[in-house]
Ligand binder design. Structure first.
Ligand code: SF4
Length: 205
């Protein structure tokens, strides 16, 4: 079971296979392997100690950043992720990014967003769509239509203290929708990144 893996020279951490969504474009539907990891399906959800031990085996000199991503939503493990991120900060100079669907406040209502302050350097949040209905159509979030506004609130609050926050959409939507997403992102003062279905440095969220 590989928790940390290399994808095009970047270091990724796969700490969970849980996710409240079933996105139409999710790579989980299309294969098991990414980068140098043969299977992103974990044998079990690794404990915090297992993740720390796996990190100790990583040659961090090759990387500048670690990205929590993988075959699942990393913030399903939000409390553990923060603990591991603090450990990584203590043991290395790596920047820490989370690729997330932004639904942590619905997944873990008691999670304090401000616990990311000073620990997480950047967030890549899946905007996915320009309104709640389109978002739900794409993500099939188990939290239903309220998911969209929860994701936006997460982005707004996080961007007030996380150094770098970007929205992403997968570039398979039509131009009108891309422009609507662009306008939505601009209104919130958050950059929008349009990524290809399988991008060089962003895999899922
Ligand atoms: S793309 Fe991300 S949020 Fe969507 S189902 Fe896959 S892991 Fe979950």
């Amino acid at each position: 079971m590989k928790i940390f893996y290399d994808l095009n020279g970047a270091l990724y951490a796969n700490i969970t296979n849980k996710c409240p969504c079933a996105c139409r474009f999710c790579l989980r539907n299309n294969g098991d392997s990414v980068g140098d990891n043969d299977s992103l399906w974990l044998e079990h959800e690794p404990s915090v100690d297992e993740i720390k031990a796996a990190f100790d085996d990583v040659d961090t000199s090759k990387y500048s950043e670690v990205v929590f991503c993988g075959y699942g939503e990393p913030m399903e493990r939000a409390f553990d992720l923060i603990e591991v991120a603090k450990y990584i900060k203590k043991k290395s100079s790596l920047k820490i990014r989370i690729n997330t669907n932004g639904l942590v406040s619905l997944i873990h209502p008691t999670f304090d967003l401000y616990s990311m302050r000073g620990v997480i350097d950047s967030l890549s949040i899946s905007l996915n769509a320009s309104d709640p209905d389109k978002y739900y159509y794409i993500t099939n979030s188990k939290f239903g239509l309220p998911s969209y506004n929860s994701m936006l609130n997460f982005a707004i609050i996080s961007s007030s203290f996380i150094p770098s926050v970007v929205f992403t959409i997968v570039g398979v939507v039509d131009e009108e929708e891309v422009n609507a997403c662009r306008e939505r992102a601009e209104n919130l003062g958050i950059p929008l990144k349009i990524r290809s279905y399988i991008s060089d440095n962003v895999s899922y969220n």
